[in-house]
Design a protein around this ligand. Structure first.
Ligand SMILES: *Cc1c(COP(=O)(O)O)cnc(C)c1O
Ligand code: SF4
Length: 339
């Protein structure tokens, strides 16, 4: 076969692979409980909570969950529970970080100096129960091609913007072709130096990291940074480790952010194991986030005092480069608040 033809059709096969994995994600609470051998008395709560924010979990993530263990730290991130329906606690809201008020152009959030956040798409491969965007009206803010031109114009007009952050939802749920289009438009802006991608897909849908994506990352004229989102060492099995290493090998700077979560990663040992596993996979810990106080996620919160004590102890037991910065996103502030 003509080698030209191979390069033209290969990306299609690959994209079908990850699209297929995405479409096979589990959405039915009964199916989830069945696959994981969990008691059916969890079902009414799961159904009810999923009616507010749907269940969604890819099979590759399910494989890393221990069967018949209702306390598994990965399960607790995706299983809808009654606790999500609890009456709203003071301080919790549906837009905890004030993103809905910082949109100069639909799909763009310019809150921090020198950096803009581009809401590329509302879609995520997994639904994390603590997600601060569980109430976000994605469809209004998603960047269609028309918006992209407005966004490019906005960045072009503001020379203080050095970095564009692709966020979401999950920006890697866009096709390689769409990412290439965004990347090449951004590359024409002379004052723009860096492209950052915030994504959980390398951890939850490793199929997404296909050759087309790796080639695109490698060929980007902008300096690139990827911030993945991993909350527990158990998320990093050999497949994920290999996936992360492939990303690191493209030459981008690979960082991680973690959300500090009650009963999931709120002990010194778990946080240490996480930092060690990340580094082993070629990733540096960046942020340890205090939970965004979103309605329905109250039960995941760890008090600041306890969070600070954990971060302090972590800094005593690990080299500096393995200690993430403990931060909180707060409404109206021009940077993240360091705790
Ligand atoms: C977190 C965040 C950023 C990036 O902050 P860094 O400290 O550079 O990681 C930018 N914009 C918004 C709205 C953010 O929430
Ligand atoms: S992957 Fe990120 S954006 Fe998507 S549901 Fe989870 S926390 Fe929210």
């Amino acid at each position: 076969m003509n080698p030209d033809i191979i390069t033209r059709i290969a990306p299609t096969w690959q994209s079908e692979n990850w699209q297929k994995a995405l479409s096979e994600a589990i959405r039915d609470p009964a199916e989830l409980l069945d696959i994981l051998n969990l008691p059916s008395n969890l079902l009414p709560a799961a159904r009810k909570a999923a009616s507010l924010f749907p269940l969604r979990v890819p099979l590759s993530y399910l494989e890393r969950i221990e069967k018949a263990n209702p306390h598994d730290p990965l399960l607790l991130q995706i299983l809808p529970l009654y606790a999500e329906l609890a009456k709203t606690t003071v301080g919790f809201s549906t837009d905890p970080v004030g993103d809905l008020n910082a949109n100069p152009v639909p799909g763009l959030i310019h809150k921090y100096q020198g950096r803009v956040l581009l809401i590329t798409t509302g879609a995520c491969a997994i639904h994390c129960r603590y997600c601060f965007r569980r109430h976000f009206p994605y469809s209004d803010g998603s960047s269609t091609p028309t918006h992209l031109q407005q966004i490019i114009n906005y960045i072009q007009a503001d020379k203080s913007i050095k970095e564009v952050i692709l966020s979401g939802g999950d920006p890697l749920s866009l096709s390689n072709a769409r990412l290439q289009a965004i990347g090449s438009q951004l590359s024409t802006i002379p004052h723009l130096k860096r492209l950052r991608i915030h994504t959980r897909l390398p951890l939850v849908l490793p199929e997404r990291i296909d050759n087309g994506l790796l080639q695109w990352l490698q060929s980007l004229p902008l300096q690139s940074i990827m911030v993945v989102h991993c909350n527990h060492a158990q998320e990093i099995n050999p497949t994920i480790r290999q996936t992360l290493r492939k990303l690191a090998n493209t030459g981008l700077t690979l960082l991680n952010q973690t959300v500090l979560l009650r009963d999931i990663n709120d002990t010194l040992d778990k946080l240490k194991a996480l930092s060690e596993s990340l580094f082993d996979a070629g990733v540096l810990p960046y942020y340890l986030h205090q939970l965004d106080r979103v309605t329905g996620a109250q039960h995941f919160e760890v008090p600041d005092k306890e969070a600070r004590a954990l971060a302090k102890e972590l800094s005593h037991q690990l080299p500096g480069y393995l200690v993430p910065k403990l931060v909180r996103e707060s409404t109206g502030q021009a940077t993240k608040q360091v705790l």
